[in-house]
Design a protein around this ligand. Sequence first.
Ligand code: SF4
Length: 201
Amino acid sequence: MTPCGIICLKKAVSKHLLCHDAMNDYYANRINRCRPGHGASCALCCGSHNYAVAPQEIGELFSGRCRGGAAGPALHQDVACAEKLFHDAIQCSHVGMDPSEPGMVCCLLYGEDDRGGDVESFFNGTCKNFYCPAWDDLTDRQVLFAARLMGDWYYYSLLINDNAEVHDLCASYDRPEDVPAEELVSLKERLAERLMEEDGK
Ligand code: SF4
């Protein structure tokens, strides 16, 4: 765990690159950390939180993006469309929300037949093979606990990338419903503060 308890966005894309088929089979048999159900989803490693605006505005931006809706070639993941929070971290412009799953973040290029040269290369070389520490360091029960507790894209993403908070919650409570409302508010404040602390480091 990093000192402030949250995976650093700047380091995320370079960590845990796995290409081995056996490892991919292992991950395929686990609860999908990126889309665990219960209204939760994550695209933190794609820079879903790397916008210099409030979470609600990011959500509105994502809702306005649609699969196959952009004219012209897909933008490379290094190309940002909005002001960044962390200038040297990724802000993929293809993270969005499909109208069929409102509130759920996803890769709008996933399933596209032709993403274009540079984008195809990045997609196959990095996106498809990246697994954050939540895949190894959290149990399926812990992931589902986090998903049921948050049930969103913004705080669920931050929580599963803060292993210590997840471990503490699961050690203290049998069910997400048992977490007191005031503790949930405090938890969200801590997670948001830690995200901001990443800036400039
Ligand atoms: S940070 Fe982890 S859970 Fe979130 S999108 Fe990336 S790989 Fe999936």
